[in-house]
Design a protein around this ligand. Structure first.
Ligand SMILES: Nc1nc2c(ncn2[C@@H]2O[C@H](COP(=O)(O)OP(=O)(O)OP(=O)(O)O)[C@@H](O)[C@H]2O)c(=O)[nH]1
Ligand SMILES: [Mg+2]
Length: 205
């Protein structure tokens, strides 16, 4: 897939703020600072599209980016950031779950994990949650430029065992620095957005 246009659409905290229309959406979730916004920028090859920061907690709203007038990338706030008050953290959790659970145009979710770390209890919880709701999911190991191939071989086994990764799910190494993994992720997105048979049923409460 070739990306020819990318534009910021809107930010939202709740469903009332989500963009109208029914373009398919793909979302990016993961801990604060794992590299969600950097990954989006690398996918579209535009450094400043999504705001990034070396301080965790940069993305505090749900940000929507329209790609090629064809689909929408959704940058979610990171979880697991200790240095915010409990009530703010609870609000972020609700914001993320509210989006993932009820958003009809959502076609698939990338769960980002730092390739160097063992998944945290919140990573495992999020992964279990995605499985439970049967959301098409791909796990991405970010910042792969920071470790050697040997280290990755070992770390890959740690991540698979610890989640534990379901057989139907891929684990793709990615680097926003070098672009490794970019083509694979774009291939996944292409499949998701062209899949007309909806793989999920949105629960209505
Ligand atoms: N070396 C390297 N650094 C990366 C990579 N991806 C992200 N980073 C760095 O990691 C830090 C966090 O990146 P962000 O993209 O802002 O992370 P985020 O997940 O969007 O963070 P929040 O918005 O706080 O949830 C920044 O300093 C990035 O430069 C990567 O692939 N390689
Ligand atoms: Mg961010």
């Amino acid at each position: 897939m070739k990306i020819v246009a990318a534009e910021f659409l809107t930010s939202a905290v709740n469903p009332g703020g989500y963009p109208p229309g029914n373009l398919p959406e793909v979302a990016f979730v993961g801990r604060s600072n794992v590299g969600k916004s950097s990954l989006i920028n690398r996918l579209v090859n535009r450094k400043g599209l999504a705001r990034t920061s070396s301080t965790p907690g940069r993305t505090q709203l749900i940000n929507f980016f329209k790609i090629n007038d064809q689909f929408v990338m959704v940058d979610l706030p990171g979880y697991g950031y200790a240095r915010v008050p409990d009530e703010v953290r609870a609000k972020w959790g609700k914001m993320i779950e509210g989006y993932l659970k009820n958003r009809e145009p959502l076609k698939g979710v990338f769960l980002l994990l730092d390739c160097r770390h063992t998944p945290t209890s919140q990573d495992k919880q999020m992964y279990g949650w995605l499985l439970h709701y049967r959301l098409p999911t791909v796990v991405v190991a970010t910042k792969i430029d920071k470790i050697s191939n040997n280290q990755w071989a070992r770390q890959q086994a740690v991540i698979k065992k610890s989640l534990p990764l379901a057989p139907e799910h891929q684990l793709i190494p990615f680097s926003a620095e070098t672009g490794r993994g970019r083509d694979e992720l774009l291939g996944v997105i292409k499949n998701w957005i062209h899949n007309t048979v909806s793989q999920r049923s949105v629960e209505k409460e």
